[in-house]
Design a protein around this ligand. Structure first.
Ligand SMILES: *Cc1c(COP(=O)(O)O)cnc(C)c1O
Length: 393
């Protein structure tokens, strides 16, 4: 069974590039060049130097002793929360900005919902001195004022998307329109393993540093590079793909992807895509997405902005359909409780996204010897208001 992309840009039944004809030249330029550029020795050297000295990699693999005792297993946390800017997203934006430079691009565009990907993009544009334009829904701009201020301070222009529901999908439409109008000098940085081929593959390659490091660290700490379980939360699925990447071929390593159930999978306020979704096309690729009977995208809900997405990347759809990975979901409340538990037992405040992966430990049963790796995709500073509202601190 092949779990990676084929020459046509597909993962089994999923993937491809479902794009308007006017975007074809841009996507085709990327498709023809991305592997050549990424595999070039100079690119690799520069990418890894920045990951080390700018992002702060390798991120630690931390054996969480008190959580281990509670769950009766060896619980390792992969500390993406310690990266510069506070999450895994910077791994991808560093990779893509270097790639954009190699393609001779002078201008970067991106879309953002909660603003995390916008901040990671504006950060690398400041680092490399490239013009940066971020599209964001008008409603999200109001909801996420601190991240808007960060992007502006970093030198980005934030453009408000005022059509439709004035949220992420409308910002995506505006960014697409911009890219169509600026095909020569502009690169579009997509923030997860979604979008037309080659984006899902490209983003997963940049994020695969997570599992590459984890294998080495497990070997040092446990004497084997194969844990029993690997867990990660899934919005679009980039931290999970990075965490799974080098374990996919190890069929005895169980992969668990945790989606956001929101207020409950049957509540009408959920983002549990594999549970609620059907096959279809979203944002340029064939995957699984939440949709009405006539194919309109259903508005998702999650307490965590990063998981509030109505689809999953095509490689996840393939891992789900082939059952190579197991897909589970965790409610808003379960995630907040798990976030508090991690904070008070390990002194680590996790992003609420990451707390979804931690919460799944409650649903597992261990015999005492299992090695379990949980991807701690980000830190919880950005979520303090939500934690405060829920717990009344
Ligand atoms: C954006 C984000 C996610 C969700 O995105 P994926 O592409 O699914 O990884 C998860 N955790 C954090 C901390 C995020 O910022």
């Amino acid at each position: 069974m092949n779990y990676f992309v084929n020459e046509k840009g597909y993962y089994g039944d999923f993937g491809g590039a479902y794009i308007p004809e006017m975007l074809y030249p841009n996507v085709e330029e990327l498709r023809q060049n991305y592997l050549k550029i990424i595999n070039d020795a100079d690119f690799q050297k520069e990418f890894h130097a920045l990951l080390k000295d700018y992002v702060g990699r390798p991120s630690p693999l931390y054996l969480a002793k008190r959580l281990s005792k509670k769950y009766n297993a060896h619980i390792f946390l992969k500390r993406e929360d310690l990266n510069h800017t506070g999450a895994h997203k910077i791994n991808n934006t560093i990779g893509q900005i270097l790639l954009a430079e190699k393609l001779g691009k002078k201008r970067i565009i991106a879309e953002t919902g909660a603003g995390q990907h916008g901040v990671a993009t504006a950060t690398v544009c400041a680092l490399r001195g490239l013009e940066c334009v971020i599209y964001m829904g008008e409603v999200d701009i109001q909801r996420q004022a601190p991240n808007v201020a960060r992007m502006k301070m970093l030198g980005a222009t934030v453009i408000s998307a005022v059509s439709g529901s004035k949220t992420l999908k409308d910002a995506t439409n505006e960014a697409m329109r911009d890219w169509i109008n600026n095909p020569v000098d502009t690169h579009y940085i997509i923030g997860s393993v979604v979008g037309p081929h080659p984006y899902p593959d490209m983003v997963s390659i940049f994020q695969s540093v997570i599992s590459e490091e984890t294998k080495k660290q497990l070997m040092e700490q446990t004497g084997s590079d194969q844990p029993d379980y690997v867990l990660a939360c899934v919005g679009g699925g980039s931290n999970a793909m990075g965490m799974f990447y080098h374990f996919i071929g190890d069929e005895n390593v169980k992969l668990i992807a945790v989606e956001a159930a929101g207020k409950g999978v049957s509540s009408g306020f959920s983002a549990a895509t594999t549970f609620l979704g059907k096959e279809g096309v979203l944002h340029g690729s064939r995957s699984i997405l939440m949709q009405t009977a006539d194919g309109q995208v259903v508005e998702p809900h999650s307490v965590s902005a990063g998981l509030d997405y109505p689809g999953i990347g095509p490689q996840h759809a393939h891992l789900f359909k082939t059952t190579r990975a197991q897909y589970a979901s965790i409610t808003d409340e379960e995630s907040l409780e798990a976030g508090l538990l991690c904070t008070q037992m390990e002194g680590i405040i996790p992003a609420i996204e990451s707390a979804h992966a931690l919460a799944y430990l409650e649903k597992m049963e261990f015999t005492g010897n299992e090695n379990v790796v949980v991807c701690l995709s980000g830190r919880g500073d950005k979520d303090m208001q939500t934690y405060m509202n829920y717990f009344g601190f």
